[in-house]
Design a protein. Structure first.
Length: 264
């Protein structure tokens, strides 16, 4: 974790002058920890430790810049295929992060939550997740969501199963079902769609992340490995985002005018 003296000063929640049109919801695919370590002839877990520092740095910056929702792809469904030692190290880092950051999240009014298949998580991790979710539930300044044991396809499939069960029970009429109705069955039902999705490490794919939610999300790819992703890199992503005109399928529609965009 980043030592306290290295953190970005989060005292004021005020966007910098250049940030005239910030995304309400920023999502990030945090990629490149292993390659960062390999380039330095270090074990992969060293890259994950540095990646945890980048998480804290990014959360602090987003909080201070007034970004309301931040969703981080922390551990995918497919990541369970990695070696047992690497998975155990990642779970330990997650517990350590929550232990260290819980008090700061409460202080800065950050609500923490997790989405994904919790049944596959170790019991100690699950207990810690639930404890931090409960202790930060009153946070109003920012929502921090970690996608853990997460698969976009599985999220949609699970939603469809719950919907089908309600239809069989007579609680839902499939003939009148809308997109908004279906969204209520998703893990992220109470979050707006991401306005901007950033992926680090130079890969150009979505990797099964928020597949339903990113239909009209702006995408930004950078070659920076996640452990090196800092304030200037985030600034460049947001500046690029501000230059885009979001049409949502219509002609000449801006973010503020479009339904289903920044406002939901």
């Amino acid at each position: 974790m980043i030592p306290r003296q290295e953190m970005v000063n989060p005292q004021a929640c005020e966007a910098p002058d250049w940030l005239v049109r910030p995304p309400a919801h920023l999502a990030i695919i945090m990629d490149g920890n292993g390659r960062w370590a390999q380039k330095r002839h270090l074990p992969r877990v060293a890259g994950h430790r540095q990646g945890a520092q980048a998480v804290r740095r990014t959360v602090t910056i987003c909080r201070s810049w007034g970004i309301r929702y931040l969703t981080l792809y922390a551990f995918s469904w497919e990541n369970w295929k990695r070696s047992r030692l690497e998975v155990e190290a990642l779970m330990h880092l997650l517990e350590d992060y929550l232990d260290r950051e819980e008090a700061l999240m409460i202080e800065k009014s950050i609500r923490f939550r997790a989405i994904g298949d919790r049944a596959r998580l170790p019991r100690s991790v699950l207990r810690k997740l639930e404890a931090v979710e409960a202790s930060t539930i009153s946070g109003k300044a920012m929502d921090l969501t970690l996608a853990l044991s997460y698969s976009g396809r599985e999220e949609i499939l699970s939603a469809a199963r719950r919907l089908a069960a309600d239809a069989v029970a007579g609680r839902v009429d499939p003939a009148t079902l809308s997109q908004e109705d279906f969204c209520r069955y998703l893990d992220s039902f109470d979050l707006p769609p991401p306005d901007l999705l950033v992926r680090t490490s130079g890969e150009y794919r979505i990797s099964n992340f928020l597949l339903w939610q990113i239909a009209y999300t702006e995408l930004y790819f950078t070659g920076i490995f996640w452990p090196d992703f800092g304030e200037e890199d985030l600034k460049q992503a947001l500046l690029d985002y501000q230059e885009r005109q979001r049409r949502f399928g219509a002609e000449g529609v801006t973010t503020a005018d479009a339904s289903g965009g920044t406002e939901r």
